[in-house]
Write a protein that binds this ligand. Structure first.
Ligand code: SAM
Length: 253
């Protein structure tokens, strides 16, 4: 997968050298390109923002550098891919966007090319997204109901979530299907508690069923724990589980 990121803070993305993503890049699974928006400014101060029309607090990112940046990054990416007509899916992180979920991460993981445009200040002049939508798919995505100072940390969250779904990135592919929110059995469930050795630590024992070697009993225990944890922390998720996905034992938990 190719990922382009346009930002005024390219250094923000140093963590993409580390851990799973760093390894995926070294293995050629992920091809990440960072671009400094200020490269497409021509004044002495490399200005990327201006006062909002209609008044109000804060500043808005100017459309001209964004328009030129998108043109250049799309053209360079298409040339590198050897497909002059190729376009990325443009992701605009925004608190006003549709929620970024595990299911949406799965959809994005199936795309060959993503382009993230990191807003700052009060956001990017809205004409940029409108104009881009005439030539590429555009998604405004929110990572949660709170307001960050910029789209960089939201982009890191999304890149990490999408990357671990790419084939070859995780050593054990089962862990993806057993995670909280994973499509299928776990779609609207949170994963329950997990344990490792030693079996007794500071007087606390690991639940005996996990030491029993009885896989059926372990699966049942894990599902019960997932249902309980979801009921405790996110009860609204349980409402979304279709009735035919719940067995008789589930109903009793
Ligand atoms: N005025 C905007 C609003 O109220 O919707 C908030 C702008 S915010 C201070 C600056 C930038 O941070 C946004 O353009 C976006 O890129 C990013 N951002 C903030 N919160 C976010 C969230 N919850 N999800 C995704 N991106 C977010």
């Amino acid at each position: 997968m190719r990922i382009d990121i346009i930002t005024i803070f390219p250094d923000y993305f140093a963590p993409l050298e580390l851990s799973l993503i760093g390894k995926a890049r070294a293995a050629g699974i992920l091809d990440v390109h960072l671009h400094d928006l200020r490269s497409w400014t021509y004044d002495r101060h490399n200005t990327v923002d201006d006062t909002p029309y209609g008044g109000g607090p804060g500043m808005v990112m100017k459309p001209e550098p964004w328009g030129e940046a998108l043109d250049a990054v799309v053209a360079a990416g298409a040339a590198a891919l050897g497909r002059p007509d190729a376009v990325p899916t443009l992701v605009l992180p925004a608190p006003s966007g549709v929620p970024f979920t595990q299911a949406r991460a799965g959809d994005l993981a199936a795309e060959p090319w993503l382009l993230f445009a990191c807003g700052r200040y009060e956001g990017i002049d809205s004409r940029v997204a409108e104009e881009a939508a005439e030539r590429m798919p555009v998604m405004e995505l929110s990572i949660g109901d709170y307001v960050l100072a910029g789209g960089e940390s939201a982009t890191l969250v999304m890149v990490e979530t999408v990357s671990r779904l790419l084939p070859g990135v995780l050593g054990n592919t089962d862990s993806v299907t057993q995670d909280s929110f994973a499509p299928g059995e776990m779609e609207n469930l949170l994963e329950g508690p997990v344990y490792t050795k030693p079996s007794v630590w500071r007087g606390r024992e690991v639940p005996p069923v996990l030491l029993s070697g009885n896989h059926g009993a372990v699966d049942r225990w894990r599902r019960d724990q997932a249902l309980r944890k979801t009921a405790r922390n996110r009860p609204e998720l349980l409402e979304r589980i279709p009735a035919d996905r719940l067995d008789r034992h589930d109903q009793e938990v």
